[in-house]
Write a protein that binds this ligand. Sequence first.
Ligand SMILES: NC(=O)c1ccc[n+]([C@@H]2O[C@H](COP(=O)([O-])OP(=O)(O)OC[C@H]3O[C@@H](n4cnc5c(N)ncnc54)[C@H](OP(=O)(O)O)[C@@H]3O)[C@@H](O)[C@H]2O)c1
Length: 319
Amino acid sequence: MRYRKLGRTNFEVSDIGFGAWGIGGKQWLGSDDAAALDSLRRSIELGVNLIDTALAYGDGHSEQLVGQVVGETGRKIYVATKVPPMNRIWPARGTIEEVYPYDYIVRSAEESLKNLRLEAIDLLQLHVWSADWVARDEWRRAFEDLKRSGKVRGVGISATEHDPDSALGIIETGLIDAVQVIYNLFDQTPELNLFPLARKRNIGILARVPLDEGALSGHFSETTTFPEGDFRAWYFRGTRRREVVDHVDALKRDLGSDASIPDTALRFCLSNAAVSTVIPGMRTRAHAESNIALSDQGPLPAETLSLLKRHAWPRNYYT
Ligand SMILES: NC(=O)c1ccc[n+]([C@@H]2O[C@H](COP(=O)([O-])OP(=O)(O)OC[C@H]3O[C@@H](n4cnc5c(N)ncnc54)[C@H](OP(=O)(O)O)[C@@H]3O)[C@@H](O)[C@H]2O)c1
């Protein structure tokens, strides 16, 4: 496993981190706690030392599973979690009074600490963000007070879906340590403005949704179905599965039949030096093992990266 510095923090984080949305269940049906715990433990054994969770993932269930495993390991594991929007609307909608009042941010961090059974959260992120809030006092004071109290070590935001530039203004305040952003071979837009600024200001980058919610899993087809109520049944609704298959087929034609789609997708993210850690969801030991093995392979060759540039696919399935 290779490690990278998370921006200006002194955290040396594994470049493959553990995305813990799916293990929360609820929005990802078919999750199994025993398999999730096994996958978390195996990931740590193989060198993963950053886990990204959120209070909203299964209403605290993901945090509780993470807390259980972090508590039993003797190793330092960096835990990143998130404050859900108070009005529970994704992406951000409403005024800061409706979404992130000061008291609410502090209360939410304390609830996460209980779920995680930790004394401190390594990275507390606002789960939604609006550029309109940059100058507001609520988040600044909450972050400052939580840091001062020792309950939080680093702070950041999760940038709006497919709008990495939503994070530029808050980076310029100098008050955050990291940004979590959608970055995958379909959405390469963070490379335009966010990554150069993050490098200049020494801001950590967590590359989320590296497999495009499973579209880049390599076993996605037009007849793939998800149980009713599963987030992916909504995300891949209507004609979207056909669109995905068309784009993945084009990718396969260019890469050749030997190439693994998920391996290429994850190595694409690892190839960018602005990325501190890539956080695939991996609810099973098998996925954890194959993803973690990619860390040691390093960046993709330049010719593959230039070929992948042609596969950028601007769209937003989150709306
Ligand atoms: N707004 C936000 O802040 C936000 C939003 C979304 C996600 N996130 C974070 O980003 C993380 C990653 O995103 P995600 O989990 O939504 O989606 P993702 O990582 O793009 O895709 C996860 C899917 O890919 C499958 N997969 C993983 N490794 C694979 C492999 N080697 N081969 C084939 N399939 C593989 C997973 O299988 P399994 O079914 O085995 O897990 C799962 O179905 C989340 O867990 C969360 O921590 C944050």
